[in-house]
Design a protein around this ligand. Structure first.
Ligand SMILES: NC(=O)c1ccc[n+]([C@@H]2O[C@H](COP(=O)([O-])OP(=O)(O)OC[C@H]3O[C@@H](n4cnc5c(N)ncnc54)[C@H](OP(=O)(O)O)[C@@H]3O)[C@@H](O)[C@H]2O)c1
Length: 268
């Protein structure tokens, strides 16, 4: 299959109100001249972005205000997105985390995380993959997972579990679809300088050298999606770290993360 070409195509981005999703939406509009379907809960942020991108990039933005932890909103996202024109690309980026001991995450909080990070993603996959296959336009879906889906991450245990699900689910599903005209890409960043890390109050995130800037991260994500990579980790440092972990027992990798987070959580 040829590379994806976003020009004048409609691309849906979940979690477009902030951070990585917002930045991917900006680059899709300004650099690729794509029309956008922006999804998130905070309507005012989506509206502001729509006005900004429609005037600066001359593209069209559709807004869908939806809480992806709610099954009926997830169904509505598919119905509304496909009602006004053909969707060519889907970026399932919305996600939430919890920093801290697993047992400090209330049960309702875990259920919301599971519904947002996993259930909505599987449901939208079940809806969009047959849709894209039927259109045979060579479209694709990108899943924003995390390096936390590839490594043990104590003090983000449930989050790491949700991202591991997505990473393994999509890598498996892609093999079922390998002869079909649709591509699935798992994008797995390390730390990114967004609200997710800024709001965490963890001291080591103040050292932004440990965090990738959102602009190059979004750029790498769109290149990975366009070139139909199955799994892509952005940033040289992240890839070097991941390479080194191949030679260390998983227990040791988990222990190093545990001691870094434990100190940071104690001083938070
Ligand atoms: N930041 C990092 O270090 C990092 C590292 C690896 C992977 N990631 C992943 O990158 C993705 C984007 O995160 P970010 O860093 O850009 O964080 P962010 O700035 O907090 O953005 C999260 C986005 O998800 C949306 N969202 C959250 N819950 C939602 C819900 N129930 N329904 C609809 N939208 C919802 C938020 O919009 P509303 O609040 O307006 O709904 C927001 O637009 C996430 O999947 C995250 O797991 C982040």
């Amino acid at each position: 299959m040829n590379h994806m070409n976003f020009n004048s195509r409609r691309i849906l981005v979940t979690g477009a109100s902030s951070g990585l999703g917002r930045q991917m939406a900006c680059q899709l509009a300004l650099q690729h001249h794509a029309d956008l379907i922006l999804v998130a809960r905070r309507q005012e942020y989506l509206q502001e972005l729509k006005v900004e991108l429609e005037s600066s990039a001359g593209i069209h933005c559709q807004i869908i205000v939806a809480d992806l932890s709610q099954p009926e909103d997830v169904e509505r996202v598919f119905v509304d997105a496909t009602a006004y024109g053909e969707v060519y690309g889907v970026i399932l980026n919305a996600g939430i985390t919890h920093f801290g001991k697993h047992f400090t995450l209330p049960w309702e909080g875990f259920q919301t995380m599971l519904a947002t990070n996993v259930t909505s993603v599987v449901r939208l996959t079940n809806l969009f993959v047959p849709y894209l296959l039927e259109r045979n336009s060579g479209g694709g879906i990108m899943y924003v997972s995390s390096m936390a889906g590839l490594l043990p991450v104590p003090y983000q245990a449930a989050y790491a579990g949700t991202k591991a699900f997505i990473t393994n689910f999509i890598q498996s599903l892609q093999q079922e679809l390998r002869d079909d005209p649709v591509s699935l890409t798992v994008f797995s960043p390390g730390g990114i300088d967004t609200a997710m890390t800024q709001n965490s109050k963890l001291k080591f995130f103040e050292n932004t050298a440990l965090l990738q800037d959102v602009v190059p991260c979004a750029h790498e994500a769109l290149v990975a999606m366009a070139s139909r990579k199955l799994l892509y980790v952005p940033g040289h440092l992240n890839r070097a770290q991941l390479f080194l972990t191949r030679f260390a027992p998983r227990g040791l990798v988990g222990l190093i993360t545990q001691s870094t987070y434990k100190k940071a959580l104690a001083s938070a």
